[in-house]
Design a protein around this ligand. Structure first.
Ligand code: NAP
Length: 340
């Protein structure tokens, strides 16, 4: 396992982060995974033994069950909490109450206390804002996040799924007031969805923010079960929970290419797909998901896959994004500023 600094911080995280969205199985999360305590402990043993020190959960995963199962596994397995970097999130609805949702100061403070209870911890290492809240002013969000860090309950703040312009606005507001700023970003990024290359990745590079891609297998679509003409996908997550949205026809073409490359390297389609994400410039830690220990072992093994320049070229040809305005204009206008 290799390690990277988390953006512009002194915090060191493994190049793989373990995602716990498959824990619990409550409500809509049932289709994603129903792993209970024994299964969670089995996975967590493999995670820690492999050298992964970075764990990702969220208040909403299985309505708090994922946090509870994770916290209990740390206790059951006797892990030193200070060897782990634990991330959770705030934004989603956690109950009927009018204010039990969103990024108001009220909900951020309440949600962090509830997460800490479920995790049985006294602090969260990274608190992600889980998504956009069109109703709470960005100034209120950033001041509240700064204040929650000052309480000592949260060490760092980070962002998921916001449009680039709102992230930049939030960074500017935090800078103006001398508040804590986001240190990293968590966005959907996979061979089946390279959209963040347009605005989000350049923003991360410019602001020295860490990048933690989620759903690197597009929720299992790049796991090997799916290809053009695949007959039996029953039992897989995407069969009953078709998320995140992707262009399936284009992805079938990508799968054809990475299947061939996988054969040449004697590794699975999933391992090629994960290796590609890990090798992209600016990626700090890829958030892997697994339904069982076998999948987890395969995903960890993907860190040993070395893709050649020729592999990367073939993969890029089939998966790159179509040109889009103003990107193509910026590209044209950059040409005459390149030194010969
Ligand atoms: N911030 C956000 O908005 C956000 C959103 C989503 C996820 N996340 C985070 O990202 C983490 C990972 O997301 P994800 O679970 O969607 O990741 P993913 O890697 O795209 O999908 C994981 C699924 O792919 C299949 N799979 C995994 N390893 C495999 C292997 N070696 N071979 C074949 N199939 C394999 C499994 O489903 P099947 O076997 O059923 O096909 C597994 O549940 C989550 O746990 C969560 O922490 C964050």
């Amino acid at each position: 396992m290799k390690y990277n600094f988390l953006g512009n911080t002194g915090l060191v995280v493994s190049e793989l982060c373990f995602g716990t969205m498959t824990f619990g199985g409550k409500g809509i999360w049932e289709a994603i995974g129903k792993i209970q305590q024994k299964g969670v402990n089995d996975l967590m043993k493999v995670v820690v033994n492999s050298g992964i020190n970075f764990i990702d959960t969220a208040n909403v995963y299985s309505h708090g069950e994922s946090e509870k199962l994770l916290g209990q596994s740390i206790k059951d397995l006797g892990f030193n909490r200070n060897d782990l970097v634990i991330a959770t999130k705030v934004r989603g609805r956690m109950g009927e109450g009018l204010n039990n949702v969103g990024l108001s100061r009220y909900h951020i403070f309440y949600s962090v206390d509830e997460s800490l209870k479920r995790l049985q911890l006294d602090h969260i290492d990274i608190l992600y804002v889980h998504g956009f809240d069109p109703k709470t002013p960005v100034e209120e969000i950033m001041r509240s996040l700064n204040d929650i860090v000052l309480t000592g309950k949260v060490r760092y703040i980070a962002i998921c799924n916001w449009p680039a312009w709102v992230v930049m606005k939030a960074l500017g507001i935090a800078e103006k007031h001398g508040w804590n700023k986001f240190v990293g970003m968590q966005y959907f990024y996979s061979l089946a969805g390279r959209d963040i290359e347009r605005e989000i990745m350049p923003l991360a590079a410019d602001q020295n923010l860490a990048m933690m891609p989620w759903s690197p297998l597009a929720g299992g679509f790049l796991g090997g079960k799916y290809h053009r003409g695949a007959k039996n996908t029953e039992g897989s997550r995407r069969h009953s929970f078709d998320f995140p949205p992707i262009n399936k026809e284009k992805t079938y073409d990508i799968i054809d290419v990475i299947t061939e490359i996988g054969k040449q390297h004697d590794v699975s389609v999933a391992e090629i797909a994960l290796a590609w994400v890990r090798l992209q410039k600016g990626v700090t830690s890829t958030i892997i998901g697994a339904k069982d220990v076998d999948q987890l072992h395969a995903n960890i093994k993907s860190t040993e896959v070395v893709l050649t320049a020729d592999d990367l070229k073939k993969i890029d040809e089939v998966s790159s994004l179509p040109k889009e305005y103003p990107g193509w204009m910026a590209e044209r206008q950059s040409a005459d500023r390149a030194l010969k």
